[in-house]
Ligand binder design. Sequence first.
Ligand code: HSE
Length: 433
Amino acid sequence: MQQQVHIGLAGFGNVGAGVFKNLANNRVLLMERLGLELVVKKIVVRDLKKKRDVAAPDNLFTSRWEDLIDDPNIKIVVELMGGLEPALQLILRAIERGKIVVTGNKALLAEHGQEIFDAAQKYKVPVFFEAAAAGGVPIIKAVREAFVGNHILSMHGIINGTCNYILTRMTESCMSFEDALREAQEAGFAEADPTLDINGWDAAHKAIILASLAYGFWVGTEKVYVEGIEKVTAADIRFAKQLGYRIKLLAIIKAGPRSEIEVRVHPTLIPQSHVLASVNGVFNAIAVNGDVVGETLFYGRGAGQDPTSSAVISDLAEAAVALESPRHNYGFTPHGLYGTCRPIEQIVSQYYLRASVVDKPGVLAQVAGILGELNIGISSVIQPEEHEPDAVPLVLMIHDATNAQMRDAVDRISKLESVKRPPRLIRVETFAA
Ligand code: HSE
């Protein structure tokens, strides 16, 4: 008879039910690999009467999360409730009681990671969170374990499937943002309320987790620059294509000089020859560059019942092993080699700038004049053969400049009489080391 490890599962939504289902489906394989049996002993749900797609015995269900804390036989608590409370209380109380925690709650970790991992260090209890970034893609364990001997030079991630689906449909089928979003919702890829997806914050929560893990200090939400995809137009996607680029919502995480890092999420032009430009639909991918390993790429499904439960089960296996042989790693190991985030104003990038200008001679010279006065170089200019009702588009590709320089440039260009609407600025990533 195999030894059993008892698990308390908080949340039986899409992912929680998937964990229960896949633990049962792959029970024998897991027992063979782990030498023990992972057994769900209690499941916390909000509504005991709700009809469920995945069947579980009635006697497992409770509506009180405290039941997981009070049961001394439950050694691992899996938090898949989502939201900040009572998830935070559950996790902190579980840690205090010495129960290993597994969570997929990216928003909670982004907001309260410091507090959670302070508690984990204090009580010497691991908190595992593979499902909190990029779903089934094992990027957390890669950064934490496989790259333990590397300084992470950079990570570039397409880590929101909803946005990637929308941008892919806009690119491949010339759809508007609104139509592509509607299609994503109808296909069940986007949430009924997709606000956090399209405003960039779902990706930012994941970027915060990845950056914190890579650089050893918990990155505050206020330190991260975030811009969503709401303002990306079909025209921008067309013009970017003409210039040899794709537009992606990209999370960019980089080590800077000294102990500084940069963490930002925004629509980004990436060269169509770069491998991330071919990551389409709901897929996620993260390119990690380590000083020892060099370039690596992780690709897969970032959401969905089975991919996400695969990540949770990998954490459960690690937790079960950690129960047997306690160790130094509590999921996140703080260190002092890095510690500050560079403000967006100081970050240097290249840019795509699209202005709607009146169709008369001299306008390009006015725009170029402003850029020249601000010491900003132009690398190319196109005037696509398209007409807006009162204007024509003028697209400039801009050499390296700080975000502060470009903000001033956009302010001044907006004020020109010949410029009809505030110009659209999208950053360009060239992946130069
Ligand atoms: N809604 C997210 C996405 C998955 O579209 O990638 C959960 O973070």
